[in-house]
Design a binder for this molecule. Structure first.
Ligand SMILES: [Zn+2]
Ligand SMILES: [Zn+2]
Length: 186
């Protein structure tokens, strides 16, 4: 309840920070991708601390975004981010929306387990300067999952896999009419 209140109080500094984090999560994803690529190319010690900070910030942003999606009524930034051609985008990006449902479901657990164990198995086989590559599959998975989470949040009303705004279908809400959406954003 306290968490839910925090996510639904845009007048409080905490509420504004949570909304800001959600709607700027692409910066955290970009930083995470940049740092990950850096660790693939070199094993420099100086990268360890920045990488740790970026990973923590990335995980925080993904968690806040997930909670925003679950707990917040649509905020102003949510409405501003609704694309003009949302139904067409949802159709074009069906695979990404589907991916989010796969990533966020139980079926992803075995994949995640393999991705976590893989680095332990392959690190010894990699050149000493590029052992960071062992984490590449896990990092690509994490960045793709975070991107699909972000896209899914924007296009959720048109997502074919959560038409009822809930996996179990207990929240019945029709997809917004694209004509109404037009009047919202102008
Ligand atoms: Zn929002
Ligand atoms: Zn969906």
């Amino acid at each position: 309840m306290i968490t839910e209140n925090a996510f639904n109080n845009p007048d409080s500094p905490r509420g504004r920070i949570l909304d800001w984090l959600t709607h700027h999560s692409s910066w955290f994803i970009a930083a995470y991708v940049g740092l990950s690529v850096g660790t693939w190319l070199t094993d420099s010690n100086w990268l360890v601390m920045p990488a740790l900070v970026v990973v923590i910030a990335f995980c925080g942003a993904v968690t806040v975004t997930g909670l925003h999606q679950e707990l917040t009524r649509i905020c102003l930034a949510c409405m501003r981010e609704l694309p003009e051609d949302a139904p067409a985008q949802a159709h074009r990006r069906r695979w990404l929306l589907r991916l989010w449902h796969i990533w966020s479901g139980y079926t992803a657990a075995p994949v995640l387990l393999v991705l976590l164990v893989l680095p332990v198995a392959v690190t010894a086989l990699l050149p000493p300067a590029h052992t960071g590559l062992a984490l590449a599959p896990l990092e690509i998975w994490a960045a793709t999952a975070a991107s699909s989470q972000r896209i899914h949040h924007r296009l959720r009303p048109w997502c074919p896999w959560c038409k009822d705004w809930g996996e179990d279908g207990d929240i019945k809400e029709p997809s917004p009419d694209p004509v109404n959406h037009d009047s919202l954003t102008r």
